[in-house]
Design a protein around this ligand. Structure first.
Ligand code: F6P
Length: 357
């Protein structure tokens, strides 16, 4: 009878609770194991005593549709250089490893993006733990897997935002700019941009010029279309390649980004009345889409099965309609940006959307 831990690490997203539920259903329901929920990612392990909760079927029954993560999470505090209250940093590796052993775990399932996966793998190697990974991130940039939990819901949310902006843009003859998340990748922007009928899609993988954006807006005007929708990924830079994201003095608070820069430049060159919507964390919260529930369920079951086979240091992935496990090292070695030669780029260009040059 195994005793396994589960934690969620990095930014939250829709579908994490559905994955936790699937892990418990499979581990407790099928195998009769015990599942220990570790709170706040590795922070739960570095606390003494470790911050955990027993997860039985009754505790997870209602979690399928719940947003966020009942275990809590954090993307703050790299354990290898952990920020201490006195302003210094400290390596907390040993505290985390001690926490794992105090819990007498046979294995841990880590649900995280590429950064979390790299940290958890390093800890597992230091501590001699058995680790299995489940990919999640709205950014969809984890290597090898076609789906990561949370991406589809974020795309649905961004698409719905474009659908709504469409009507107000048309009513006021405006250019509406929607800034979406994605960290360093443009997956949300290109997917939602095509699905939501954007006229301009800007992603960090493809350079653009403001002059060509304005040419596209003028072309629409000459066709009698008095409004336009622009979707831009947060990591897009200025034409000169500068990072735009403005934060407060301590870097804790985001004050403005690429959407504002573009609005200013588009007003200058086209004279169009322009408004910016920054979608922000709305993309992470909320009820998971059916696809995210499905991916979370399949990943949760497969991750527990990997532990049953004692196939550790592997991550579950979605490839060609199947769940396939791959070494975690292979997944984190391969960052997945938007392919500038890929189907979505060709599709957007084929539709006449301006996607850069
Ligand atoms: O990685 C997920 C993500 O939502 C990114 O898209 C975004 O850049 C970042 O996290 C935001 O992080 P925070 O919640 O710390 O503002």
């Amino acid at each position: 009878r195994k005793r396994i831990g589960i934690l969620t690490s990095g930014g939250d997203c829709a579908g994490l609770n559905a994955a936790i539920r699937a892990v418990v259903y499979r581990a407790v329901g099928t195998y009769g194991w015990e599942v220990i929920g570790i709170r706040q990612a590795t922070h739960g392990l570095m606390s003494h005593p470790p911050q955990v909760t027993d997860l039985g079927i009754e505790k997870v029954d209602a979690l399928l549709t719940a947003g966020g993560t009942v275990l809590g999470t954090t993307n703050k505090g790299n354990p290898f250089a952990f920020p201490m209250p006195d302003g210094t940093v400290c390596d907390r590796t040993q505290d985390i490893i001690d926490g794992y052993y105090q819990l007498h775990l046979d294995a841990v399932i880590g649900i995280g993006g590429d950064g979390s996966m790299a940290i958890l793998r390093k800890l597992a190697q230091h501590g001699g733990w058995n680790l299995v990974g489940i990919p999640k991130t709205i950014d969809n940039d984890v290597g090898i897997t076609e789906h990561s939990i949370g991406f589809d819901t974020a795309v649905n949310t961004a698409t719905e935002a474009l659908d709504r902006l469409h009507f107000t843009a048309a009513s006021h003859s405006r250019v509406m700019i929607l800034e979406v998340m994605g960290r360093d990748a443009g997956h949300i922007a290109i997917s939602a941009g095509i699905a939501g009928g954007a006229d301009v899609i800007l992603i960090p993988e493809i350079p653009y010029t403001v002059a060509n954006i304005c040419r596209k807006l003028e072309e629409r005007q000459s066709q009698g279309k008095n409004y336009s929708l622009v979707i831009v990924s947060e990591a897009v830079r200025t034409e000169a390649g500068e990072v735009v994201s403005i934060t407060n003095r301590l870097g804790q608070c985001r004050l403005g980004g690429i959407g504002d820069y573009l609005a200013d430049r588009i007003c200058d060159c086209s004279g169009a009345e322009t408004r910016v919507t920054v979608l922000g964390h709305v993309q992470r919260g909320g009820t998971p889409s059916p696809l995210d529930r499905l991916v979370a369920a399949a990943f949760g079951v497969a991750a527990v099965d990997l532990i049953a086979e004692e196939k550790y240091d592997h991550m579950v992935t979605w490839q060609n309609r199947q769940v396939v496990s791959v070494p975690i090292a292979a997944a984190i070695a391969h960052y997945q940006a938007v392919n500038p030669e890929g189907t979505l780029v060709k599709t957007a260009r084929g539709l006449g959307i301006y996607l850069g040059d």
